[in-house]
Design a protein around this ligand. Structure first.
Ligand code: ZN
Length: 275
């Protein structure tokens, strides 16, 4: 699985396993966050090995829009470049109509739907997004793909929802790289909150942006009291995968406000940085 390859037979963006690609971080314009709010959440951990930063894109040029659904205060994100007409959607949860509206008002098309993990509050909008943009591949870590179509595994059954998502079009593993809508996202496996949890690292942006799901939150971590969770595993994910990232790395979490790796290393009460 080395090198460039089309994994899902689709031509929208290509998927390849990075052999040893460096994360690059272009300048990002920080992105614009609209309608973001939400906090709460679940604790979790993420881990990311130290990677190189080779900034090639300014993060200021990238836009990140937060759409928070009310029931679980879950954050979905849109990522797009103003110079393009497509976008990437992360973790479309409940109230997908708000996500669709945010996309349509910007006159964007969805190039891909990326899920950090398969819990119901992060995948409940997949079906609506796929119905509206059927060509957009639905992508999730291979370890959580089964949760998409299993209401018990995705925990919706426990809430009386019995919700399922369309199946994954592609699955990803550690080191894979996804390129969609002008972005490059490196995949890091960060289990603990969910066994197949992954985060998507926009390493070409400067500062780096991490679509972090339920691993590391502002002042908290993903919850580990649910079936399949492990705090020890989560803590290792955070220490080994996320904390090695540059301090100015921005984490766009699945719940709550945006934070940075440096801030959490200094102040997070659940996973202290090792000195
Ligand atoms: Zn979750």
């Amino acid at each position: 699985m080395e090198g460039v390859q089309i994994k899902a037979g689709r031509a929208i963006g290509y998927y390849r396993r990075s052999q040893q690609k460096q994360l690059q971080s272009p300048v990002q314009d920080g992105g614009s966050t609209q309608s973001a709010k939400a906090e709460s959440g679940e604790p979790e951990t993420a881990s990311t090995p130290a990677r190189k930063r080779i900034g090639t894109m300014k993060s200021s040029t990238a836009k990140f829009v937060t759409i928070t659904s009310v029931p679980f205060e879950e954050n979905a994100y849109l990522a797009y470049l103003p110079t393009r007409s497509d976008c990437v959607v992360f973790d479309p949860g409940l109230e997908p109509e708000k996500i669709v509206a945010a996309i349509e008002e910007r006159k964007l098309e969805v190039a891909a739907i990326l899920c950090t993990h398969g819990h119901a509050d992060h995948i409940a909008g997949n079906r609506a997004l796929k119905e509206r943009w059927p060509d957009a591949p639905l992508i999730i870590g291979s370890g959580d793909a089964n949760k998409l179509t299993d209401a018990v595994e995705n925990l919706s059954a426990g809430f009386g929802m019995n919700m399922t998502s369309p199946p994954a079009d592609q699955t990803v593993d550690e080191g894979d790289v996804l390129e969609f809508a002008g972005f490059r996202f490196e995949v890091l496996e960060t289990p603990g909150h969910s066994s197949g949890h992954v985060v998507f690292v926009a390493s070409e942006l400067s500062p780096i942006q991490v679509l972090g799901g339920d691993v590391l939150f502002s002042g908290s971590v993903g919850r580990t009291d649910l079936p399949g969770c492990s705090f020890e595993v989560l803590e290792r994910s955070i220490r080994e995968k996320l904390y090695p990232l540059p301090d100015d790395t921005v984490v766009l979490p699945g719940h709550g406000p945006t934070t940075t790796i440096g801030e959490e290393k200094r102040t997070n009460p659940f996973v202290e940085a090792e000195s």
